[in-house]
Design a protein around this ligand. Sequence first.
Ligand code: MN
Length: 244
Amino acid sequence: MVTTQKPLIGCTTYRMEAEFTVFALRPAYVRAIQAAGGAPVLIPLGLSEEDLRVIFARVDGLLIPGGGDIEPAQYHGQNEHDLVHGVDRDRDWVEARLVRWAVAEGKPMLAICRGHQMFNVALGGSLWEDVYTQIPTAIAHDFVNTHPRQHLAHTVMAQSGSRLAAQMGTLTAQVNSLHHQGIRTLAAELTAVAHAPDGLIEAVEIPDHPYAIGVQWHPEDLAPIDPAMAALFQGLVVASKDEG
Ligand code: MN
């Protein structure tokens, strides 16, 4: 039997199409993990807590990807807000558990966009239901329907000495921006380690964790053209190898 040092990276999925019948994940996430030397495995929704726990125990690291909005009730927000869309309570349930377990048990995790927001909400933080309408000074962050996913929308300034900055190898990065929500109050366990020019939190981490980083942008779309973005996946894979 051939053995390999490749770590398993569990990726949560989302449901699409009528009646939420199809589990899905954008292939850019899978490619970015593979390019970094990891073996991606997709985690479906609708599992029992016991089965989710079995999968969590087997994977060496986790990737929590982007997607629709988290149910505002999860963070005492406005469920009836007009601009909240794409809520899937089962996905919220699965991802909140995986995030809390990864934090508590030191399992490496990279959380992207909605995943970054879930990282905060699962640990007790809250979100702006809609950045544009709730923050008058906000710059444009939602380029979902107007630009290619690789469009460099704004700068982020990373905090010196952060794991994020060390991993990217830079304090300044040009990033894409495909979100209409953002972190409002930060969970106590998290440190904000990058901000947009308007002050919005664009990255968070847990400093004493093997690898727990959340980014509001989509590095999986930029990894093929920007080594700093590919490095975020390499950091996840290396930390997961140590774990496994
Ligand atoms: Mn942004």
